[in-house]
Design a protein around this ligand. Sequence first.
Ligand SMILES: [Zn+2]
Length: 189
Amino acid sequence: MGSNRKFTQELEEAILHRCGEGLPVNKIAKEFGCCRNTLITLIKRNNAQSAYRPIYSKETEAEILQKYIDGITAVDLAKEYGFCLATVRKIIERSDVHYKSRSELLGTLHERFWQRVIIQEGCWGWKGSQPNGYGYIKLLGKIYYAHRLSYEIHFGAFDKRLSVIRECKNKLCCNPEHLLLETKRDIDL
Ligand SMILES: [Zn+2]
């Protein structure tokens, strides 16, 4: 029993002691491997002085939302900010950004890719957006290039820092047979 108690008395004291040293909540949460929210509840309950700060500021909230829009997952954001996933989801759900899991997001992207691509002999075409001559899909404020999506769809996930090269030099082409992933060695050269 008592399984929903998050901390032992001993651990609580250790945490409160750290708070008394004036460390920021975020750091203490990381040190003890707990969520910031949980920690703040504990601090409030014990009226501990110190590093108590609001759970998150408007700025932090905006930052989290922007990063989420940029494609960082809620799980990764939770890790980065020392929140639990539920807190990050709450921030996202409360905003007008629709909460999507990574797999949902990718599903939507892949679906849109197939709606826009023109499969034909030789180079494939693109009937979606194509400013500057490159095909892309915009989702949650982020741009996904068609040829990169095509590479991911056909060959699987890849290191996003690498370029996908079109051997045919056709900016719109997303025929996987014409696509090559730049290797790390290409960068070093
Ligand atoms: Zn081509």
